[in-house]
Design a protein around this ligand. Structure first.
Ligand code: ZN
Length: 253
């Protein structure tokens, strides 16, 4: 196993291109995506097409699901972004086949992928699309984290919180602490919950795009600088997407 894992792209073309360029220059040739290809950002079609064309696997994220179904429980900024995305992407009977194919692809994204001892999800193994396993859960919500750990065997791999790191069975969260790269080795027969972080909207205080390379016995995260000002301008130029969504890209929150 040696797979590059991206998640939470959120229609951010510049971040995704920077991450893809970094992967292409490495010795990893398989890419998995853990969902939330769309939402928040200005260029959903571009991101869907790149993932469709190059990722061997893509799971359903909560924003992908909200686009297809309902975003009424989202906060106003996120909901507006889903409406913006739906207006661009939802096909009508007369739409071009390309638009219909993207929509069909989104509708058919799986929720979970099991491979050896690895369980891949967007959120958590017991609620693959929506549950957040937060970096603070080991301290603030240990019963919940213990229940999450009881719901899988081996190593779970998710995204969703936009905060990269790994939970161990002792309830510790191993953070990147703003490093450009970090490798975490798995001890034999131990359980872990790995969070691969977010490519398109990091929230751990580091604005650089994030992805992870997963191997049998370790995970390595990479932070990739990209020109978020280009993305910010595109967000503002839509006239629809909230400036809050532009501002947060600069601070990684
Ligand atoms: Zn997300």
């Amino acid at each position: 196993m040696k797979v590059a894992i991206i998640s939470d792209l959120h229609s951010n073309r510049e971040a995704l291109e920077a991450v893809f360029a970094h992967i292409r220059a490495s010795d990893v040739d398989t890419i998995y995506c853990l969902g939330d290809v769309v939402g928040y950002g200005p260029e959903p079609e571009f991101c869907v097409d790149l993932v469709r064309g190059h990722a061997k696997l893509c799971l359903m994220g909560n924003h992908d699901e909200a686009l297809l179904n309902d975003a009424s429980d989202f906060n106003p900024h996120a909901r507006m972004a889903i409406e913006y995305t739906r207006a661009r992407m939802q096909p009508k009977w007369y739409s071009a086949s390309e638009r219909k194919a993207r929509w069909e692809w989104l509708k058919n994204l799986p929720l979970v992928h099991q491979e050896g001892r690895f369980t891949f999800v967007h959120g958590s193994p017991r609620d693959p699309v929506r549950e957040y396993v937060l970096s603070t859960d080991g301290i603030l919500n240990p019963e919940k984290l213990a229940a999450v750990f009881d719901s899988f065997t081996g190593i779970a791999v998710g995204g969703h919180t936009h905060h990269p790191g790994v939970h161990d069975e002792q309830m510790n969260f191993h953070d990147l602490e703003k490093r450009e790269t970090r490798t975490f080795r798995f001890e034999k027969d131990r359980k872990y919950f790995v969070n691969v972080g977010s490519t398109g909207q990091p929230r751990d205080g580091d604005p650089r795009a994030c992805y992870a390379v997963l191997e049998d016995d370790q995970v390595t995260w990479h932070r990739i600088a990209y020109d978020y000002r280009v993305t910010q301008k595109k967000i503002l130029d839509t006239g629809v997407l909230s400036e809050v969504l532009a501002r947060r890209l600069a601070i990684g929150k």
